[in-house]
Design a protein around this ligand. Structure first.
Ligand code: IPM
Ligand code: MN
Length: 358
């Protein structure tokens, strides 16, 4: 039976279209090699579309996207548009309405020279952050009172549900159990100050009983930032809240070479899920062919794994890793390689590797 996948593609703003173009180049190539087919449907949503039509992400398009096998997203955000409008109307809408409760963010170093820390090697920086993706301050329970006056009050609720906390912790335990090596899960929170996070503490302890083979650990978010820099080798899988996960994964990205290589999956196991680089739209690089598409390409590798093409996903990741280790990809700094050059490099190396196998 032939394998075929419908992929919704949202290139979005800034560098989004160029990095997605390279992602799709790699997708086509790996599909040919691995013998599956892809029907990619591109959606125009983002700043340009909004300025032209005042549409953010219309319901009809949303239900179409929902019916596909997976979503690949470039980047959203544009300085001409009110802060947060498109980010929430597109990215957060997908996360919330598709209930993508896991934001999976690998922090994996492919070559020592990409790490800014002294004496840290790939075996020292290899962990995964499981970021809760549907609750916390992101739930949007906020308000302003006496706005614009000297007496203004602004609030935004940090919100956790037992179900929401439990399912993401359980996912993290499953992930830790399935990983080679240490099998350790670290809970990262701030329960000493934000006492509502006691829900995380208790839920973590309870779920841990179902996973006797997984070692557990705990770090407050401030200390976790310190350990990530001082002893990144202490982490295997870390599970944390939405906002803390957002912040520490930018720090994580810097440990592996920067925003140009940090990928993420917004996942609901078994359902249509969304994959993107963790970087923003970097408007100053828009259209310059300078941005690295590797984050999107590695997000694509995660997408392939999610839809059931694990071998193809591994091959894409391994090809990127090999190009970095061999020094053919010298640097991830914007402009050191062209965006299109990197996409082409990955695509042609995929072909060479497949020829070498047959
Ligand atoms: C991310 C981004 C988003 C977030 C923004 C664009 C809303 O920073 O995916 O990490 O905060 O989740
Ligand atoms: Mn972020």
């Amino acid at each position: 039976m032939s394998r075929s996948y419908a992929i919704a593609v949202i290139p979005g703003d800034g560098i989004g279209p160029e990095v997605v173009r390279e992602g799709l180049r790699v997708l086509e190539r790996v599909a040919t090699i691995e013998g599956f087919s892809v029907r990619a449907t591109t959606y125009p949503f983002g700043a340009e579309h909004y300025l032209k039509t005042k549409e953010i992400f219309p319901d009809a398009a949303f239900s179409e996207v929902k019916g596909q096998d997976a979503i690949l997203l470039g980047a959203i955000g544009d300085p001409r548009i009110e802060v947060g409008l498109l980010e929430f109307g597109i990215i957060a809408k997908l996360r919330f309405e598709l209930d993508l409760f896991v934001n999976l963010r690998p922090v994996k170093l492919y070559a020592e020279h990409l790490c800014p820390l002294k004496d840290k090697r790939p075996e020292d920086v290899d962990f995964v952050v499981v970021r809760e993706n549907t609750e916390d301050a992101y739930a949007g329970m906020r308000g302003f009172f006496k706005k614009g006056t000297p007496d203004e009050i602004a609030t935004q609720e940090i919100l956790f549900t037992r179900k929401g906390v439990e399912r993401v912790i359980r996912y993290a335990f499953e992930l830790a159990r399935g990983r080679p090596g240490e099998k350790k899960l670290t809970l990262v929170d701030k329960a000493n100050a934000v006492r509502a996070m006691d829900l995380w503490t208790r839920t973590f302890e309870e779920v841990a009983r179902d996973y006797p083979g997984v070692k557990t650990d705990h770090a407050y978010i401030d200390a976790a930032c310190m350990w990530m820099v001082k002893n990144p080798e202490w982490f295997d899988v870390a599970v944390t809240t939405n906002l803390f996960g957002d912040i520490i994964t930018d720090l994580g990205a810097m440990l592996i070479g920067g925003m140009g290589i940090a990928a993420s999956g917004n996942i609901h196991p078994g359902r249509v899920s969304m994959f993107e680089g963790i970087h923003g739209s970097a408007p100053k690089y828009r259209g310059t062919d300078k941005a690295s598409p590797l984050a999107t390409i590695l997000a694509l590798a995660m997408l392939l794994d999610h839809v059931g093409e694990a071998a193809a996903g591994r091959e894409v990741e391994e090809t990127v890793a090999e190009l970095i280790r061999s020094g053919r990809i010298r640097s991830l700094k914007a402009g050191d390689h062209r965006c299109s050059e990197l996409g082409q490099m990955v695509a042609s190396r995929l072909r060479e590797r497949s020829r070498a196998r047959t």
